[in-house]
Design a protein. Structure first.
Length: 290
């Protein structure tokens, strides 16, 4: 209950800030427009500014977090030119096998954060991921929005995914990543209880966006990569559905990214190796009330 109230309070503060900023801006417009037009512009600005502030806060929350987060890994603290590749939302019969072919051809390891429903739907592909030596992670059963779920539903999402992965691969998913990078204290406690390491990312290909062409994906990764990055790709999923969006750009970009990283002196290592350098803060995880 306390977590929900805190979320509502933060959203309320950001909306209030957006409203006050829009009022300040609209005062300057009163010299050029009639009062009804000014009210309309002020209202529209309030919505846009509030939405922008919430998105900005969410981005900071995913990439940096708030407060102590020694149980959440985003990148390695190292000067060595090493990175890890991760894929979300699969498996997919259209894209995952082709990605696996590329990884095998290039001799590159990766970690796959799989949606439980997709594992149950395509168990043979999940089995191939494990058989080829790639690491396994949970991405919830239905690609849910973690903070808005009831605790019982959240628990079921994690447990069902673990069962699906175990049945398909014979292996337990050691890692977990919340959809969209959105988590809360319950998710952190459940992950610890189930023996998962929470792994987010430090560099996203943003390949879930329709406007991300092959060239844009390649350029984004190769110009922004830094030592210790955990790089995020998608081998399935969709913006408003569980699956169905095209990942052709990801498949086409992947060989160029691998060769480009190697040409820049980077080594692509297993996620487990990279996480040995991702030292958490040396203090106990604090009590996180509901």
């Amino acid at each position: 209950m306390g977590t929900l109230l805190m979320r509502l309070a933060i959203i309320g503060l950001l909306c209030g800030l957006g409203f006050n900023l829009s009022r300040l801006f609209s005062r300057g417009l009163s010299r050029f427009f009639t009062p009804p037009v000014c009210r309309f512009i002020s209202g529209a600005l309030a919505v846009l500014l509030s939405a922008g502030l919430i998105v900005a806060a969410s981005w900071f929350y995913v990439y940096y977090g708030f407060g102590y987060q020694g149980d959440i890994f985003r990148k390695a603290k190292t000067d060595r030119k090493i990175v890890a590749l991760t894929f979300d939302d699969g498996p997919s019969p259209l894209y995952t096998p082709r990605i696996l072919d590329i990884l095998a051809e290039k001799g590159v390891p990766a970690a796959f954060f799989m949606v439980g429903a997709h594992v149950d739907k395509y168990p043979e592909i999940a089995a191939r991921i494990a058989a080829e030596g790639h690491e396994l992670g949970s991405h919830t059963y239905d690609h849910v929005n973690v903070p808005t779920l009831a605790t019982a539903q959240l628990s079921a999402q994690l447990l069902k995914t673990n069962i699906a992965v175990l049945n398909a691969t014979g292996e337990y998913p050691m890692y977990i990543r919340p959809p969209r990078g959105l988590y809360d204290g319950r998710f952190r406690r459940l992950s610890e209880l189930l023996g998962h390491q929470i792994v987010l990312w430090s560099l996203s290909a943003q390949d879930w966006m329709e406007l991300m062409t092959v060239d844009r994906i390649v350029k984004r990764i190769l110009t922004r990569v830094r030592p210790g990055d955990i790089i995020l790709f998608h081998d399935s999923g969709a913006l408003l559905r569980k699956e169905g969006a095209s990942r052709e750009s990801t498949v086409a970009a992947l060989p160029m990214i691998i060769e480009g990283l190697r040409a820049m002196g980077y080594e692509i290592v297993p996620l487990a190796e990279l996480l040995t350098l991702a030292h958490p803060e040396e203090e106990p995880i604090p009590y996180m009330p509901e």
